[in-house]
Design a protein around this ligand. Structure first.
Ligand code: ATP
Length: 646
């Protein structure tokens, strides 16, 4: 199979595949994510199902904000009434009130954070599931273009950041707003002139907020991207395949250096981000000292003139904290809101990508399949995103190379039960044909019919239920042999599973493993030999029991015993099914009912072996080159054996 190998793609594609780089480049004036109604509305849709909890959270916040304005009033009473009147009873009552209010509002705070954490987690689960489901619907093109680590990072980190938005950002906005309103009401009713003085310096918060907002937003975005890149790099290198490659090509030290660069990049950005926040808080701190100074100055003069009580001045200064903290938080909230929207934007970027292959509205279920396949004038060009990755080189000016169709005007028929071999030089389009049959991609032009139904009018699930695929490179999950087999048919009984493994000549091998069917196959099945993995894949396909089989024959040569076991297993698998095989073995070609010869995306010849040899075209040529030596060797061996026989 082509198109999924890692090395060239990963190295060439580094940094190019990130969605964000398409629009924003480092050093550019990074646009902020404007807080628009549409954006907020879209985010709100995820919050909406939990409205009863949100109401409860808001009530908690309102109660906390309401209770928060009372202590300074009690302090004022202590200073202006209890102490001057020498009223110990009132003093005790007021002090108890201050303590009691704090205890009650802290308890409500606990309830509120419990509620908001639960809601945050629920929203996260919804979003994660939505994203996972959406990613499952994407065609192969998406996965060819995107790096695995990048996808995991979005599902993991970005969705994880949503929890922060729910528990911190939203609560912070509501709490700041309500505290601000309550405080303004109280201070204006206490002394309007002092209140005006207190809010006079509020605008000076605005400028630093805006500047820091832009910086933090840009840094947060860059950090996310760099982090995703670091994770993608790790995912690619820290696995068996990547590690083998690194060791074989002596790139261990170079990889460590690349990793360290990325790691340092993330660390630097984190430091910058933390410092941007620090400057911000420093500005706020400076301005929040100016407020009390003005109150003491103006209020002090009024007190000297006997127009204001000491208690009111002290209460006012206490209220300044109630005033500036929420203003600071609101300012910060705007920054956070932008950061939160950036997180959502990255998630929506995925959610907005329509899968290349989708079920049409009137798609029907294919309950049974006979297995008659017809390709009618099929042309196909890989989606550009996928193309860019595979043909990274581009031209001399660095522009991506113009795509050429992988298939052009391909037409041929396969009758039910027929064995078809696809033959052709490398890059001819053989794999591409096998991708189109299960609708991993849809043809750009022309159509493919199964039992007379255009594949586009069938649901993908019902179509694929009739198709089995055995690839050269068997993918196995890191779990037991049993679970890997049952992935093909979770409801299969043990007897059915054993029947499949017996037919695939792998039962005895599995039964002989230390834990039998419960043996872990290791990462991607690396604990099994190539031949064993292939037979396991054949057993898996047998268990699925599809009408149509797609087979990508292994090019690597196995030893004679292993080859023989696989051949036997394949015979059972192919019997009575329609099959399309990317053929590399002479026996497969000779046993095929029909051979389709492809070159540069076009069908050159169709026919049986003897017909095609008679044509003296590309097939005869390929056959000569590929198999003449093998045939000569085989007959020489036969001669030698005959000579030695007495
Ligand atoms: P081989 O025998 O070497 O596996 P093949 O006949 O199976 O070759 P295909 O894999 O079908 O050839 O490729 C046909 C053409 O499409 C080639 O030019 C190839 O580079 C291109 N191609 C294959 N996969 C992709 C992809 N994901 N994106 C872009 N182009 C692709």
């Amino acid at each position: 199979m082509r198109g999924f190998g890692g090395a060239g793609r990963s190295i060439g594609g580094m940094g190019r595949t990130f969605g964000m780089h398409r629009r924003y480049h480092e050093g550019d004036d990074v646009p902020q994510v404007p807080v628009t109604r549409a954006r907020l509305g879209r985010v709100a849709r995820y919050f909406a199902p939990y409205w009863p909890q949100w109401v409860a959270i808001l009530l908690c916040i309102a109660a906390i904000s309401g209770l928060g304005v009372l202590p300074p009033l009690l302090v004022r009473s202590i200073l202006d009434n209890a102490i001057p009147d020498r009223d110990a009873g009132l003093l005790h009552l007021l002090v108890a009130g201050i303590v009691g209010l704090t205890v009650v509002s802290s308890l409500i705070g606990v309830l509120q954070s419990w509620l908001s954490t639960r809601v945050g987690q629920s929203i996260m689960v919804d979003l994660r599931n939505h994203l996972y489901h959406h990613l499952q619907r994407q065609s192969l093109g998406f996965y060819t273009a995107e790096r695995a680590g990048e996808i995991v990072s979005r599902v993991n980190n970005d969705v994880g950041a949503v929890q922060h938005v729910a528990t911190s950002t939203v609560v912070s906005i509501a709490s700041s707003f309500l505290t601000l309103v309550a405080t303004l009401i109280v201070i204006f009713s206490l002394n309007p002139w002092l209140a005006l003085l207190a809010i006079a310096i509020v605008p000076s918060f605005y400028l630093p907020t805006r500047i820091v907002g832009r910086i933090r937003h840009r840094l947060s975005r860059q950090t996310q991207e760099q982090y995703a890149e670091m994770v993608a790099f790790m995912e690619e290198r820290l696995n068996l395949g990547g590690m083998l490659l690194a060791k074989i090509f002596g790139q261990v030290a170079a990889d460590a250096e690349h990793f360290s660069e990325r790691s340092r990049g993330v660390a630097d950005l984190n430091v910058k981000q933390a410092m941007a926040g620090r400057w911000f808080f420093m500005c706020l701190a400076v301005f929040s000292v100016a407020g009390p100074a003005l109150i003491y100055l103006y209020g002090g003069h009024q007190a000297i003139r006997g127009e204001l009580s000491i208690g009111t001045i002290i209460a006012f200064v206490a209220y300044l904290t109630n005033l500036y903290r929420p203003v600071g938080q609101m300012a910060n909230v705007y920054v956070d809101l932008q950061g939160a929207l950036a997180v959502f934007e990255r998630i929506f970027d995925y959610l907005d990508r329509r899968p290349d292959v989708e079920d049409s509205a009137d798609a029907s279920e294919l309950a049974r399949a006979r297995g008659d396949i017809r390709l009618e004038h099929v042309s196909f060009e890989y989606p550009r995103s996928a193309h860019r990755v595979k043909h990274d080189n581009g031209d001399a000016q660095g522009r991506p190379a113009a795509p050429s169709p992988a298939l052009q005007d391909v037409s041929f028929e396969i009758s039910a039960g027929e064995r078809v071999a696809l033959v052709g030089p490398s890059g001819a389009g053989k794999t591409t044909v096998t991708y189109l049959l299960p609708r991993f991609y849809d043809p750009t032009e022309g159509r493919i019919l199964l039992d007379g139904h255009d594949l586009r009018h069938l649901t993908q699930e019902s179509l694929r239920a009739h198709i089995g695929v055995v690839t050269q490179d068997t993918f196995l999950f890191h779990t037991t042999v049993r679970e890997n087999l049952l992935y093909a048919r979770p409801g299969a009984t043990d007897d059915e599973m054993f029947a499949a493994t017996r037919s695939a000549n792998i039962h005895d091998f599995i039964a002989g493993l230390p834990d039998g069917y419960e043996t872990m196959v290791g990462e991607r099945g690396f604990r099994l030999s190539g031949g064993e993995k292939q037979r396991l894949a054949i057993a898996r396909a047998l268990l699925k029991d599809p009408r149509i089989l797609i087979l990508d024959e292994a090019t690597s040569h196995l030893d004679a015993t292993s080859e023989h076991l696989i051949q036997q297993a394949l015979e059972v698998l192919l019997a009575g099914r329609t099959s399309v095989t990317i053929a590399h073995r002479l026996s497969t070609i000779l046993n095929a009912d029909k051979i389709v010869v492809l070159d540069e995306g076009r069908v050159l010849e169709v026919g049986s072996h003897s017909e095609l040899v008679g044509n003296r075209g590309l097939y005869a040529d390929l056959f000569e080159r590929q198999f003449r030596d093998a045939l000569a060797q085989a007959s020489a061996k036969d001669d030698r054996t005959a000579d030695r026989t007495p």
